[in-house]
Ligand binder design. Structure first.
Ligand SMILES: *Cc1c(COP(=O)(O)O)cnc(C)c1O
Length: 583
């Protein structure tokens, strides 16, 4: 085995060591990315080649089962350890992925846990109604706007034996529900705690959902029935709450609100639903960053049950995480259709830099400063004539390519310390900027829209050659003619590597990883495709939210779907058109 690069290195750097999906997605001895189910393994490249797809979604339905098991078993472990007597009822928030095939998977795999649903729209209710007869009845927490027509659908589900709890959020809803005493009521309260993250707007007095305590006080005196009918406290802190301390503070607030409701006379409340927020480890480095939460599902339940264990009787817990349950099940695979260079200049500057020798960082820095000064002057001169334009391009190429490989040489020969490079932002940047642009046969807008909408990070890696060290750092472009159709961030998980020597790409000498550190690169470490090779790039963890947020920009949308199921210990593979899955 190659000491400096082998499949284990790839596993670590590309983030395959992930406690949610590591048993399902791995690399085989020959460097192919594989899907493992039971004793079976499937090479992603071989599936794509076999069907001759340029782009496809692979839906690993058993990944959903595995996440559901993880949630449930974590709860059991924690509740046994601390002697918590309350039962767990998990519910799946449908907005995270309401495709019928996913809802059916939850109904099917969730049979043994009585996994229920949380929903807020007519469309989602209709999807449930269509599937309800095939499975045992579940719990449904409805938290949408309540109208006569949603009530009709809810009544139908109730007739099928489902336990329906309806959240109230306004006086109008309470008035309306007074006519339907057959429903149980959930009290949705706005959390006030300050949290980090993209969805921090989900909390606070001006947030979209829930009641304030004042409103609740007024309502309870006017509508006595609500005191009797209320069985649930429901709160929601927003999605992907990635800091352990935030989860702890949030649960403290939930516990306090629970106590207060009891105090106010809501005697029948015996269930607490803490909403979503359980963070998915897109990168499992546990450092409390947006894509890398510093707590696990076990920690989540520990924090929660610790807060509630002194309340007698112990409340029933409703787990309502969806991102955590379905993120890992869908991967996007796309073929590289073109490799473009950032710069095409190779004649003049090679000589300039080749003859120039640097012995330390200061000399390099001085040279860099001079180039930047020239670039600055040229920019001030716009528009540039042809020869000036050429010079401009050359200078950029010198920075991006030659200077960075000189720097890599200095580091590898021990003349420059990587720690000093990292301290110097401008110089460090030389080592993390891409030299190539890979064009993929896909649309970011259609396939992973959250990249555009909320700057979401998805792990990216090649489907093959993972036993070979990557050649270049490349940005990724899609087929849309929109400059936002681009991915140029890669988080390199060097935290898990042993040793001291930084790893560089073979051809353009860019940083791949530094042992002990998590690095943000501006391109993805990839191989140069061989002539005639179908080289595929894979985006992991795209199973939450992406399917329904998908956009039709440039009319580029509609990848075929490869559905993986498990049947009698074998992997069963089915091809479906994407549109077929929506009905
Ligand atoms: C969106 C939403 C969820 C899902 O949250 P995730 O953390 O993304 O799984 C759960 N509950 C409610 C009420 C929601 O609105």
């Amino acid at each position: 085995m190659n000491e400096e690069w082998n499949v284990n290195t790839a596993r670590k750097i590309y983030g395959l060591e992930n406690y949610v999906r590591e048993s399902l997605i791995d690399i085989d001895e020959e460097g192919y990315l594989v899907i493992k189910i039971g004793d079976n393994t499937l090479r992603i490249k071989e599936i794509m080649d076999k069907y001759n797809f340029d782009v496809a979604y692979i839906r690993i339905l058993p990944a959903i089962r595995s996440s559901m098991d993880l949630v449930y078993n974590s709860y059991l472990t924690v509740s046994e350890a601390i002697g918590y007597k309350g039962k767990l009822i998990p519910v799946f928030p449908m907005k995270v992925n309401p495709l019928p095939i996913i809802i059916e998977a939850i109904l099917n795999y969730g049979e043994k846990y009585q996994w229920g649903f949380n929903t807020g729209s007519i469309g989602e209710l209709r999807t449930l109604l269509k599937l309800a007869d095939k499975y045992t009845p579940r719990m449904l927490i409805y938290d949408g706007v309540v109208t006569e027509s949603t009530i009709q659908d809810l009544l139908q589900l109730q007739e099928k034996g489902w336990r329906i709890i309806i959240d109230v959020e306004s006086e109008r809803e309470i008035e309306l529900l007074a006519k339907y005493p057959q429903f149980e009521i959930g009290i949705r309260v706005k959390p006030l705690v300050k949290l980090h993250g993209k969805w921090s707007g989900s909390v606070g007095l001006s947030s979209k959902f829930g009641l304030t305590t004042n409103a609740l006080m007024n309502l309870k005196s006017e509508y006595k029935y609500i005191m009797e009918k209320s069985v649930l406290l429901h709160m929601h802190p927003g999605s992907q709450v990635y800091k352990h301390t935030d989860i702890r503070n949030y649960f403290l607030e939930v516990k306090q609100v629970y106590d207060e409701l009891k105090h106010m006379g809501f005697e029948n409340i015996s269930m607490v639903d803490t909403g979503g927020g359980m963070a998915y480890p897109y990168i499992d480095a546990r450092d409390g960053e947006e894509e890398s939460p510093d707590y696990t599902i076990v920690d989540y339940f520990k924090e929660l049950l610790e807060k509630f264990k002194d309340i007698a009787p112990n409340p029933m817990i409703i787990y309502e995480g969806g991102r955590f349950v379905v993120s890992s099940h869908r991967i996007v695979v796309s073929k590289v259709v073109d490799v473009r260079s950032y710069s095409a200049v190779h004649l003049v500057h090679e000589q300039i830099v080749k003859t120039k020798d640097f012995n330390n960082i200061d000399e390099l820095r001085e040279f860099l400063d001079n180039i930047e000064k020239l670039l600055h002057e040229l920019r001030a001169e716009q528009p540039l004539d042809n020869s000036r334009r050429e010079l401009y391009e050359e200078l950029i190429a010198i920075m991006r390519e030659d200077l960075s490989s000189k720097l890599a040489e200095l580091i590898l020969s021990g003349r420059v310390d990587i720690a000093d490079v990292l301290k110097n932002h401008k110089i460090a940047r030389l080592l993390v900027t891409p030299t190539k642009r890979y064009v993929l046969s896909m649309s970011i807008f259609a396939d992973i829209p959250d990249v555009v909408l909320v700057d979401q990070y998805f792990p990216i890696l090649p489907a093959q050659r993972l036993n070979e060290k990557p050649h270049v750092l490349a940005s990724i472009s899609d087929l849309t003619c929109d400059s936002m159709g681009e991915v140029k961030q890669f988080i390199s998980v060097g935290v898990k590597l042993q040793g001291k020597t930084p790893l560089f790409t073979i051809l353009d000498s860019k940083l791949i990883a530094i042992p002990g550190l998590k690095l943000k690169l501006r391109g993805i470490p990839l191989h140069l495709p061989n002539r005639g090779e179908n080289y595929y790039v894979v985006f992991l963890d795209t199973g939450a939210y992406q399917d329904t947020l998908s956009m039709r920009h440039n009319l580029i949308y509609g990848a075929p779907e490869i559905i993986l199921r498990e049947q009698d210990g074998q992997i069963k593979l089915e091809i479906a058109k994407r549109e077929e899955l929506y009905t």
